[in-house]
Ligand binder design. Structure first.
Ligand code: GLU
Length: 549
């Protein structure tokens, strides 16, 4: 769901009340509403059956249905949709009974303003997610299914299978957050999840995104476990996140949100416990605020509590571009293995954030022709090749790619299907599914993003002979240089950029060949091979440590 655009169904037979609600929704400031209005329950249920509705505003007394029955009939047909009851002053008891039966809230018609209506609707959606959707995320199912597939093939002991399927520790917090220009205080949800605590401290980024939930963060934490183990780093996997859309946030807002979230999860993190890093929607500034908030609490500076910090605060040279650099190291290894000459190859990159843009930059340095890139606003295609320098300059000036003149505009979906040698999804999860996989037209797929490919799509791509460098391998450069940053921080070392890059190269290449050899020896795809390498290391460690008590 796009949380800045809420698709609402208003079921209200009184024309005056309906007009009032519609005009209040039209005035909403923080989000926009797509509104469908019907005046009978039958028409409402028919509209719901078509799908695509995020929330229902429901009058309980309708020509074809009366009182609580109206709500119960709707609930039966659409059990997962949040419902806000529109009540008259005289019907409050009835509205309260509907809330008792599972409606999210009620509002008194004639006593609400636009801001209250908007907030009630947003919170109704939030609460529904919090109650039912936290674990139940497609991403968590994907991470679990990938794990179970690898476990099956490697014949993993069932005790480990159960043990590793869910994270060891999770913390869900809610906390207040005030925007600069609003009086109201928002309640937002935050998460920190530690998947495996066996290997040493846990490690993983923090993402700010409107889709974040417990399941998504848990999936990402699980992938961090396999990623760190595959790279042979002394960390278990973790991840954190806050469910907000930070796109329009001022620096002050971002800082307030970060400091409060840090103080909520402060018991969980620490340089020997759990070390956050940047992920989607967060960057080196956010890391600096986390470090400062933590340091204020303990009373002295603790740079090693986060990685991906600004260099002047103890960040590592090369960390910012490390994920992109790592993606390109694995592409170089894969190309060598496949007999492809990079300076004769074309590449398509989805996403032009930190990972996508640096991948584009380093691929271009290798002589690869970048024919298409994209961000959330648009895709840009130019079969003659795009200049990465000029794209970066355009982004610096305009923030987004929209309007970039030296190419044709295409959608993100079209971009993925362009013919090319190398395709790098470096944006969101769940981009290549059974639906579009048959039309993916590359030789090599290197996953810069976490979880961009569904399990069914994997099979289709493998059958087409596409070589996949899976996310836990392709994008592991970030956490690897995070490890270097942590080592430098805890030991007071300072390594040169050359030293960082050559160590990174060695670790990435070793991991690539470990996965490739296992894939050839056991006749499994690269993803399964990489996961087996990681899972194997974790289970060895767990066996050696034994059980407590
Ligand atoms: N968020 C990054 C990832 O998904 C980096 C994590 C880290 O550096 O700890 O791998």
């Amino acid at each position: 769901m796009d949380s800045s655009n809420i698709r609402s169904l208003v079921i209200e037979d009184n024309a005056v009340h309906a007009r009032l609600i519609l005009s209040l929704l039209a005035k909403a400031e923080a989000v926009s509403f797509d509104v469908v209005h019907v005046d009978t329950l039958t028409a409402g249920l028919a509209r719901l059956a078509q799908g695509g509705i995020d929330v229902v505003l429901l009058d309980l007394v309708l020509p074809d249905s009366q009182e609580l029955d109206t709500f119960l009939r709707l609930r039966k047909e659409a059990p997962d949709i949040p419902v806000v009851i529109l009540s008259g002053l005289e019907d409050i008891n009835l509205a309260a009974r509907a809330v008792e039966s599972g409606a999210q809230a009620y509002l008194i018609k004639g006593q609400i303003n636009s801001a209250q209506l908007e907030r009630s609707i947003r919170y109704a959606i939030e609460r529904t997610r919090a109650q039912s959707g936290e674990w139940d995320s497609p991403m968590f199912r994907l991470a679990q299914q990938q794990f179970l597939k690898a476990a099956q093939i490697m014949d993993l002991d069932d005790n480990f299978r159960q043990r590793l399927l869910f994270p060891q520790r999770t913390q869900v917090v809610t906390f207040p957050f005030r925007r600069d220009k609003h009086e109201e205080v928002e309640t937002v949800f935050g998460y920190r999840v530690q998947h495996v605590l066996t290997m040493g401290p846990t490690k993983g980024g923090i993402r700010y995104h409107q889709e974040v939930n417990l399941g998504e963060v848990s999936a990402l934490a699980m992938w961090m476990t396999w990623k760190c183990a595959l790279m042979q780093l002394p960390f278990g996997g973790a991840k954190g996140g806050v469910r907000v859309d930070p796109t329009g946030f001022s620096r002050k807002e971002l800082q307030r949100l970060t400091r409060r979230f840090t103080s909520e999860i402060i018991g969980m993190i620490g340089p020997d416990k759990d070390i956050p890093a940047p992920d989607m929607g967060t960057d080196e500034n956010v890391m600096a605020w986390i470090m400062d908030t933590y340091s204020q609490q303990v009373g002295y500076s603790v740079p090693a509590v986060v990685t991906g910090k600004p260099v002047v605060l103890g960040g590592s040279l090369g960390r910012k571009e490390a994920t992109g650099r790592g993606v390109v190291y694995t592409i170089e290894d894969a190309a060598k293995h496949m007999g492809m000459t990079l300076d004769q190859c074309t590449a398509v990159i989805q996403g032009f954030g930190n990972v996508g843009s640096n991948t584009a930059r380093f691929l271009a340095e290798d002589g690869v022709k970048i024919v298409a890139v994209s961000d959330a606003t648009t895709g840009i295609y130019n079969p003659r090749g795009l200049s990465v320098g000029s794209l970066l300059e355009y982004i610096r000036e305009h923030r987004f790619l929209k309007g970039y003149p030296e190419g044709e505009e295409i959608s993100n979906a079209e971009l993925l299907e362009l013919p090319c040698d190398i395709l790098v999804p470096a944006a969101l999860q769940n981009q290549i599914s059974a639906e579009n996989a048959p039309r993916i037209n590359c030789k090599l797929l290197a996953e810069g993003a976490n979880g961009p490919t569904s399990l069914e799509a994997d099979e289709i791509l493998n059958n087409k002979g596409i070589f996949i460098v899976p996310d836990v391998l392709a994008n592991a450069g970030g956490v690897t240089v995070s490890y270097f940053e942590w080592v430098q921080g805890t030991q007071n070392y300072m390594w040169s950029l050359d030293e960082i890059n050559s160590r990174l190269h060695k670790i990435m290449t070793t991991a690539f060949h470990a996965a490739l050899e296992r894939s050839q020896r056991d006749h499994v795809d690269m993803r399964t091979a990489a996961l087996i390498e990681g899972i194997d290391r974790i289970t060895q460690a767990k066996l050696l440590r034994g059980l407590f008590p």
